[in-house]
Design a protein around this ligand. Structure first.
Ligand SMILES: [Zn+2]
Length: 55
């Protein structure tokens, strides 16, 4: 899954991939994303909070 998110490192919007799918045990819906440009990882909320969860 690739999403365009803001990267603190690149100071611009870059492609991010989700590397840690923690939504099963984390009700707040945060995931670990990695910038495909610089490799910087960061925790942030999912863009689509409930469309894939179903509740
Ligand atoms: Zn970056």
């Amino acid at each position: 899954m690739t999403e365009y998110r803001w990267c603190d490192h690149c100071m611009t919007r870059t492609e991010h991939e989700e590397v840690d799918d923690s939504r099963d045990y984390n009700p707040r819906g945060r995931g670990l994303y990695r910038c495909k440009r610089c490799g910087h990882t960061r925790r942030m909320r999912h863009l689509r909070p409930s469309s894939e969860i179903g509740y």
